[in-house]
Ligand binder design. Structure first.
Ligand code: ADP
Ligand code: MG
Length: 219
C-alpha cells in the first residue's frame, strides 16, 4: 500500500539528510510503530507520506514514494488528505472549531461535502472512537485524551485509507494515552484501517503494533 524507494530528503539550509536512502514497504491493514531517538527522522518520514515534506517544508528530495498508488510529491497535502489522515502530537494546536461536532465537520466542509454525507460520516465515527457522549461539548472542556480522539475523528471523516499519527499520546496522561491507543486498535482491527504511529516511548505502544520500524539515528 505504501512504498518508499531509496528516499533521501534534506531540509532547506541543512547540511545532512534527515532521511538517507530509506527503502520500505507497508502493507494494507498494518499497525506500524515508528520508533527511534529524538532527531532520528520519525516526524520527517511521516510528513513524506502526505506530501507535507517537501510541499510545506521545501528542501531537496530524491527517490520515490508511492501511497495508495499515488505520488504525494506530485499531488501535495490537500489532495493526499483524502487518502492519508495526519494527526499530530498536540491536540490543541490542531483543533480549529469550538464544539466537537463543528470540529468533526470542519475538514468535510473544507472539501465541500454535502450536508447529509457530513451528518452520516460524523455518526459513523463517534462510536469507534468512544466520543458519542462528547458530541455537543465545547472542546475546551475536554481532557487531552478526549481531544486527541476528536482530532483523530476529524481526519477520519475524509475516510482516508491510512491514519498517520506523530507521537499522538506523548502529551497525554497514562489514562488518556490508553484511551487513544484503544481507539486506534479498534479502528485497525475492526475497520481494517492502516495505522502508522510514531512514539519514542516504546512501552506504551509495543503491545499493539504488528511491526516496528526502528530509526537508529539521523538519516
Ligand atoms: P524525530 O521526529 O525522530 O525527532 P525529526 O524528523 O523531527 O526527528 O528530525 C530529523 C532531523 O531533521 C533532525 O536532525 C532535525 O533537526 C531535522 N529537522 C526536523 N524538522 C526540521 C525543519 N523544519 N527544518 C530543518 N530541519 C529539521
Ligand atoms: Mg518527531
Amino acid at each position: 500500500m505504501i512504498r518508499l524507494e531509496n528516499l533521501t530528503y534534506t531540509y532547506p539550509e541543512s547540511d545532512r539528510p534527515a532521511l538517507a536512502g530509506i527503502t520500505l514497504e507497508i502493507a494494507e491493514g498494518e499497525f506500524l510503530l515508528v520508533s527511534g531517538p529524538s532527531g532520528s527522522g520519525k516526524s520527517t518520514l511521516l510528513r513524506c507520506l502526505d506530501g507535507l515534506v517537501p510541499h510545506f517544508y521545501g528542501g531537496a528530495m530524491a527517490g520515490r514514494i508511492e501511497v495508495c498508488g499515488r505520488d504525494p510529491v506530485a499531488e501535495g497535502p490537500r489532495e493526499m488528505s483524502r487518502l492519508v489522515g495526519l494527526v499530530f502530537q498536540d491536540p490543541e494546536s490542531q483543533c480549529v472549531a469550538t464544539t466537537v461536532e463543528d470540529e468533526l465537520a470542519f475538514a468535510m466542509e473544507n472539501h465541500g461535502l454535502a450536508q447529509a454525507t457530513m451528518r452520516e460520516r460524523i455518526e459513523d465515527i463517534l462510536e469507534p472512537l468512544g466520543i458519542a457522549s462528547l458530541r455537543g461539548r465545547r472542546l475546551e472542556t475536554l481532557s487531552g485524551g478526549e481531544r486527541q480522539r476528536v482530532a483523530i475523528g476529524a481526519v477520519l471523516t475524509l475516510q482516508p485509507r491510512v491514519l498517520v499519527l506523530d507521537e499522538p499520546t506523548s502529551q497525554l496522561d497514562p489514562q488518556g494515552a490508553e484511551e487513544v491507543l484503544r481507539a486506534l486498535l479498534r479502528l485497525n482491527r475492526d475497520l481494517g484501517l492502516t495505522v502508522i504511529l510514531s512514539e519514542h516511548r516504546l512501552e506504551r505502544v509495543i503491545g499493539h503494533a504488528d511491526r516496528i520500524l526502528y530509526l537508529p539515528g539521523p538519516g
